[in-house]
Design a protein around this ligand. Sequence first.
Ligand code: ADP
Ligand code: ASP
Ligand code: MG
Length: 408
Amino acid sequence: MALIVQKYGGTSVGSPERIMAVAEKVKRFRAAGHDMVVVVSAMSGETDRLIKLAKSVHAEPPARELDVAIATGEQVTIALLSMALEKIGCPARSYTGSQVHILTDNAYGKARILKIDETRMRDDLQQGRVVVVAGFQGVDEHGNITTLGRGGSDTTGVALAAALKADECQIYTDVDGVYTTDPRVVPQARRLDKITFEEMLEMASLGSKVLQIRSVEFAGKYKVPLRVLSSFEEGPGTLITYEENEMEAPLISGIAFNRDEAKITIRGVPDKPGIAAQILGDIGKGNINVDMIVQNVGADGTTDFTFTVHRADYKKALDILQRVAKDLKAREVTGDDKIVKISVVGVGMRSHAGIASQMFKTLADEGINIQMISTSEIKISVVVDEKYLELAVRALHSAFGLDKAPAA
Ligand code: ADP
Ligand code: ASP
Ligand code: MG
C-alpha cells in the first residue's frame, strides 16, 4: 500500500467521458489499497478561453483579477472528478488551492509555491477518501488567489507529492511518456524508459512542455519519484532518475525546441567597460528575461551586441533598445521575431568531444544557417530561422541516431 499523487492534464479531463475514465482509473488504484491524491488541470482549451474572455473585457487585465478568472477552470474539474468518483462508489473530496493552503508568493501569473499544509488531506486519506486538488493555483499570505504559470498543474502535483512524501508522483498526459523530441513534430521520436533529472530539467527549460520546468526543479530538490505516463493507454511511461551512469548514457538523449523566441541586435556601440551592463540593465528593469547573449569582437572601437528574449516581450524590448541606442549613440537596432531555438541535450556529452561539430555539420548539409550558438555542459543550442524548425529537428534526430527502428 502506497501513497500516490496523480496529475491529469487538460486533454485527459477534456470531456465528461474522459473524466469518468479518470475516475475509473483512480478507483482501480484505490481498490489496490493505495492512498490517492489526484491533481487535475482545467478541461483542455479552458484556460485559453478564460484568458481570451478576460482580454475581451480589458486588453491588459489586472494581474490579480486575471488569476481569479483563470483559476476557475481547475475549480470546475475538481468538482466534476469528485462527483464522478462518488458516482462509482469511491468517496472523494475536492479542494481548491487555497482550501489546502497551497501558499505561494504574490507574483500573479507565475507564483511560486512556498508551503503546503497537509493536515486536511491527511485527514481525508485516513477516512478512506480520495483527495482531489485543483492544479495551477494557490493563495498568497493575504488570501489572494494566485496561479503558477502555464502548465503549472504539473508543479502542483510534484509539490503535493513532496509535501506528502508520496511514494510516487504520476503525471498522466496525452503522450505515453517523455520522448526523444516532441512526437508531434518528429513521428520517428522514441519514448524514453528513463531520463536523468538533469536532462529533463534542460529539456523542460529549452522548450519541451511535457513537464513544466518548475515541477522538475521541485522534483529534483525533494527527490520526488516522478513518472510521465499516458492517460489513455497502459504502459510503463518514463521514469525521471536521480543517479546517472555516464558509461551507459547515450551521447544525446533528446532534442528540445522553442518557438517563442525573438532576437534583437544593437550595432555600433562603444567597445568599452559597462556597455553590456547598461544595455541589459535597462532590459531587466523592463522585467524582460534575456536568454542567449552574443557580443562580437570589437573593431574601430565599436562592437555589436545580440540577445534573445521571449517573443511576447519582443516589441517592448525593441522599444527600450531604441532608447538605449540613442543614449549610446549606437549605429542601429534591428530585430527578428521569426526565429526558433533548437537544442540537443545529453549527459553523455560531458565525456565526449565532437557533438557540436556534428550538430553544425548536420545543419549545414541541410543548408540551414546558424544565427547564434550557446553551449553548456550537457546541451548545445542554436538559433535558426523558424521556417527550418521541422527540417532541422528531424535531421538532427536522425543524425544523432535517435530515430526508432522502422516498423518491420
Ligand atoms: P497536459 O495537458 O497533459 O499537461 P501538455 O500539452 O502540457 O499536456 O504536454 C504534453 C505535450 O507535450 C505532448 O502532447 C507533446 O506534444 C508535447 N511534448 C513536447 N516535447 C515532448 C517530449 N520530448 N516528449 C513528450 N511530449 C512532448
Ligand atoms: N490549466 C493550466 C494551463 O492550461 C495549467 C495546466 O494545464 O497545467 O496552463
Ligand atoms: Mg502541461
